[in-house]
Design a binder for this molecule. Structure first.
Ligand code: ADP
Length: 239
């Protein structure tokens, strides 16, 4: 039986230099997979390839049994939340959340109704008529998350979504996001360079080093039984 998300032998080269290769992993439905690795190790590039914003140089990706590597970005059942929430400044919060539904040919009234539901899910009911500049960084990131969730993606990609927030808010947000994703049964990949964050967020962790996974396992197994001295060293740092 294949898994809900199945990535096999994925690789990416820019010109002649390889960013990553031999990347294989699978994720079960409703699971959060944390990818942790140092800056520059290729995590963002991997997410951008999964989202269709870049093309893989090789390998295959199946979501719910369907191949997606030849599917255009906007037709993939995947949504990406960036490090910096890129909201439209001239649109209200509610319009920002509902915007992506336009391309699914959903009528305006229904779009706004659905957006309102997700505004509630991210605890921002009172801010539907506000503009992005009136919100804090954490609030903007909540809206960015609602904007992704309203599209009902089969796979949600989170690229260091808390990196622009201060430490206290980051800790609050990660607990809150994990709870929300679990309540909604969302299948997600959460990318971070922070080992503690990866352990807190993931059901499964992949340690990304040297352009491939050095180890994939539960947070407990990776932390307690690092597969290589490199993984042990990486997990030993900054705790
Ligand atoms: P991370 O997210 O782990 O910090 P990135 O995926 O941003 O890593 O970058 C991995 C490597 O890929 C870096 O060396 C970066 O310079 C390179 N890279 C990313 N995008 C491009 C591009 N469009 N062209 C050439 N090299 C790139």
């Amino acid at each position: 039986m294949t898994s809900f998300i199945d990535v096999r032998d994925a690789e990416k080269c820019f010109s002649s230099s390889e960013v990553f290769g031999d990347v294989s992993f699978h994720i079960e439905e409703g699971e959060i997979f944390s990818i942790v690795g140092p800056s520059g190790s290729g995590k963002t590039t991997l997410l951008r390839c999964l989202a269709g914003l870049e093309t893989f140089s090789g390998g295959s990706v199946h979501i719910d049994g369907e191949p997606v590597t030849d599917v255009k970005a906007n037709a993939r059942p995947i949504s990406l939340v960036f490090q910096q929430p890129l909201l439209f400044p001239h649109m209200t919060v509610l319009e920002n959340i509902s915007y992506g539904l336009k391309f699914k040919h959903i009528k305006k009234k229904e779009r706004l109704a659905r957006a309102s539901v997700f505004l509630g899910k991210v605890g921002m009911e009172k801010y539907g008529a506000s503009y992005p500049h009136e919100l804090s960084g954490g609030q903007r990131q909540r809206i960015a998350l609602a904007r992704s969730l309203v599209l009902s993606p089969k796979l949600l990609l989170l690229d260091e979504p808390f990196s622009s927030l201060d430490k206290k808010l980051r800790e609050e947000m990660r607990e809150w996001v994990r709870t929300l994703l679990k309540q909604q049964g969302i299948t997600a990949i959460f990318v971070t360079h922070d080992q503690e964050e990866a352990v807190m967020m993931g059901d499964v962790i992949g340690v990304f080093k040297g352009g491939t996974f050095a180890q994939i396992g539960t947070p407990h197994s990776v932390y307690e039984h690092p597969a290589t001295p490199d993984v042990a060293h990486f997990f030993g740092d900054n705790w």
